[in-house]
Write a new protein. Structure first.
Ligand SMILES: Nc1ncnc2c1ncn2[C@@H]1O[C@H](COP(=O)(O)OP(=O)(O)O)[C@@H](O)[C@H]1O
Ligand SMILES: [Mg+2]
Length: 283
């Protein structure tokens, strides 16, 4: 694991406090609470026979070699596997950021490969949130401008209660006027997470979202993602190499050499480690 550029220790006054999530809270209103999807529900994301080849000829890299995977609505799934097993490639394809070589992807009932560029852009802006491994914050924008960007692009107003909840949970209230270069790696990561969830997308994809965070902030971010699932019915798909982080998910999908190699339900750090060990002995 690479260390953050600078240690990211929130000060005592900056400690995030649990805040009630507005609206759509579990149990509120008459409708069924968003919770684990019933068997038979359409999954939030479904991929069949997904392949991805980078380059061609001698230099071709078969990053995905026929991935079949489904992510249930309002579930928190972690994707794990050795470096180079295709985790980031899979996440990019599922989020519509890159196109597959072959295979199908359905997200929110839409067939991604068949969408026009315009419809794909709308889907990415309204239904998908993405936390990049390398943050991808815009350097000339302040934290606040970066977080607002998806709302501005989608023409959505700011929901002040949700904004306050996101900013305070991620403890970035005192960094909103800073540019990315003026923030630690951990702070940039938390801004990137805020940007991904601010539109309340149906599906949040996160590539190593806790990779640059100290343990305590990492746990808070994972708890925040869990609340997005439990209280707002969002679907979270998170790539991680940290068994402790994966244990916050409800399910771990194991990837090896561009294929799904197994899954672990109700993961614990121990069962995740055992699953990863098993991958190594098979390989
Ligand atoms: N843009 C790219 N061009 C060429 N090869 C790539 C590209 N992106 C990833 N790869 C290759 O595809 C394979 C899977 O990469 P990746 O999805 O990043 O794996 P992971 O995230 O599990 O480490 C690796 O062999 C990697 O080198
Ligand atoms: Mg990766």
């Amino acid at each position: 694991m690479t260390a953050a550029p600078t240690p990211d220790q929130p000060s005592a006054t900056n400690t995030p406090q649990p805040v009630p999530l507005p609206a759509a809270a579990a149990g509120a209103g008459d409708g069924p609470a968003p919770g684990p999807a019933a068997p038979g529900d359409t999954p939030a994301v479904l991929a069949r026979g997904l392949t991805k080849v980078y380059g061609s000829g001698e230099a071709a890299v078969h990053a995905l070699r026929g991935v079949d995977v489904a992510f249930a609505r309002a579930h928190f799934t972690a994707i794990m596997g050795p470096s180079g097993s295709g985790k980031s490639t899979l996440l990019n394809l599922l989020a519509g950021l890159d196109s597959a070589t072959s295979g199908s992807i359905a997200l929110g009932g839409k067939d991604l490969p068949n969408l026009s560029d315009k419809d794909l852009t709308v889907l990415r802006r309204t239904q998908v949130g993405f936390v990049f491994q390398a943050f991808n914050l815009l350097p000339m924008f302040t934290a606040e401008q970066n977080i607002r960007l998806p709302l501005d692009l989608a023409g959505q107003p700011v929901d002040q209660a949700w904004w306050d909840s996101v900013i305070s949970t991620l403890a970035i209230g005192d960094r909103l006027s800073h540019r990315p270069a003026e923030m630690s790696g951990g702070q940039q990561q938390r801004v990137a997470i805020a940007r991904a969830v601010i539109t309340r997308p149906d599906v949040i994809f996160a590539d190593e979202p806790t990779g640059n965070l100290d343990t305590r902030t990492g746990v808070e971010v994972l708890a925040f993602l869990r609340r997005c699932v439990r209280e707002l019915g969002q679907t979270v798909v998170m790539v991680t190499h940290d068994p402790a982080a994966a244990a916050h998910a409800e399910r771990v999908v194991l990837l090896a050499d561009g294929l799904v190699a197994g899954e672990i339900l109700h993961p614990t750090p121990e069962s995740v480690l055992a699953g990863l060990d098993a991958l190594r002995t098979v390989a």
